[in-house]
Design a protein. Structure first.
Length: 459
């Protein structure tokens, strides 16, 4: 951000009505820095600033604002001002904003667009929500097989100014069907009389307009591309998607997964912008579900109250047993959810994952069991708190830890597969949910082991 002009200075210039100075300063700043600075101003102040800028500069700056800030600014502007900015925006960014607005506001703004841009906006909004069709832009260049490189370069000079990207050119036939893609560098490094058909290799990757956005993220990651073409069901080229839009989708998906793994609903707004009431509601739902689940822990304890009464010493290790199982389950769930999200594992890999987690659970359980037994043995050397049967108690704790940790890793790793198989989001098997499940079952394992090993002594 500029060291000369800061948000407070900008607000002061506005109050002093030094519009020429504001216009000059904003014109010298990169759009991303200008947008970051303007976020600190009120929507009314932002609207005044946008009136000072040329339409193309205002539209470029507007695209760098977060969606929430864009929505507030649109409401603060007049219809005519808003329409000018929307008309100059990239089609994909405009679609992302329009689908967030109330239906009536969206319809009013779409109707105020120029005929050409209105047609593009309606076409994109007609695709399913969260589909690639909503993200694509129609600002790209197409070329023909029969053209020479010289004709291609002339075409770029004439029509390339409004294209989203010039890195890749798309070869289509007379019906608009995508035949191939050609990188611009290939045109720049070959003779001018060479035909486009001689540059093609026949291999290209494309997305379908009805594909979901997760498919786009996975495809970009797999093929390491900065732009991909979008085709319809007949193979016709209908748009392109650029990597900057995919970054936004990936960030949104990662945020959603993190929120779910943390045991809450996804926040639709930034933390500092969301209302307190909505924030509480988003967090309360899962907390209530988890609280009801933890009630089963109390039920399990009441079932074993006779054993507890006979061997009160067992209660000393309850937190140890429960937390170990919950922690191992949370670890496994987080690992598998992330591996699923980035395509490292799929439903077909469930058996391989189970075998790995059985071995991991046993190894981790043995490590914790060894530490637990050593702790009890060392403590018993200096104290009689565990009584004469301390060795049996140590064995009980050790065996229970192996069983609980093994069960935790299996539960945490298999729940995401189960939810995926049912068509649900694997992130829903959040760490708190897994921990709650393992808490209840861990108690059952612990007291079952105690009943076997301590039978005839403490029980």
């Amino acid at each position: 951000m500029s060291e000369i002009l800061q948000a407070p200075d900008l607000a002061q210039l506005l109050r002093e009505r030094k519009f020429a100075g504001i216009k000059a300063e904003l014109s010298n700043l990169p759009p991303a820095d200008s947008a970051e600075m303007m976020e600190e101003l009120s929507p009314v102040e932002q609207a005044v600033l946008f009136r000072l800028l040329p339409t193309d500069k205002a539209a470029e700056l507007f695209e760098y604002l977060p969606l929430e800030a864009q929505e507030k600014l649109i409401h603060a502007m007049g219809n005519e001002e808003a329409a000018k900015i929307l008309d100059a925006m990239a089609a994909d960014d405009r679609t992302a904003l329009l689908e967030e607005l109330p239906t009536q506001v969206c319809a009013r703004l779409v109707n105020s667009l120029s005929p050409g841009e209105r047609q593009v906006a309606l076409k994109l909004l007609d695709y399913p929500e969260d589909s690639i069709g909503r993200m694509m832009t129609s600002e790209y260049l197409v070329i023909r097989d029969s053209w020479t490189v010289s004709q291609v370069l002339d075409h770029i000079r004439t029509n390339g100014r409004d294209s989203e990207t010039l890195n890749v050119l798309y070869v289509v036939d007379s019906d608009g069907k995508l035949l191939d893609d050609v990188r611009i560098r290939e045109c720049l490094l070959c003779p001018l009389d060479k035909k486009v058909s001689e540059l093609r290799d026949g291999f290209f990757t494309a997305l379908h307009a009805t594909d979901d956005q997760e498919t786009a993220v996975a495809t970009f990651r797999k093929y390491d591309r900065t732009v991909l073409p979008v085709i319809d069901r007949n193979g016709g080229l209908v748009g392109i998607v650029t990597v900057d839009d995919i970054f936004d989708v990936a960030e949104e998906e990662a945020t959603e997964d993190i929120h779910k793994i943390g045991g809450m609903e996804q926040l639709d707004e930034p933390y500092m912008d969301i209302s307190l009431g909505l924030l509480i509601r988003k967090r309360a739902t899962w907390l209530v579900v988890l609280f009801l689940g933890e009630m089963l822990t109390a039920s399990a304890l009441s079932y074993y109250q006779d054993q507890i009464a006979k061997a009160v010493v067992l209660t000393l290790f309850l937190p140890l047993i429960i937390s170990s199982g919950g922690n191992s389950g949370s670890q496994a769930a987080t690992l598998i959810i992330r591996a699923m999200a980035i395509g490292e594992v799929g439903l077909i890999d469930w058996w391989r994952v189970m075998k790995r987690e059985i071995l991991s659970g046993l190894a981790l359980g043995l490590i914790l069991a060894t530490l637990g037994i050593l702790r009890i043995a060392i403590w018993s050397y200096f104290s009689s708190v565990y009584g004469v049967h301390w060795l049996l108690i140590a064995i009980t704790v050790g065996v229970s830890l192996i069983g609980v940790v093994l069960w935790g890793t299996l539960s945490g790793s298999m729940l995401p597969f189960l939810l995926k198989r049912l068509g649900l989001d694997p992130a829903t098997s959040s760490a708190p949910f897994v921990a709650t499940l393992v808490d209840v079952t861990g108690l059952i394992i612990y007291f079952a082991v105690a009943g076997i090993i301590l039978h005839g002594t403490l029980l």
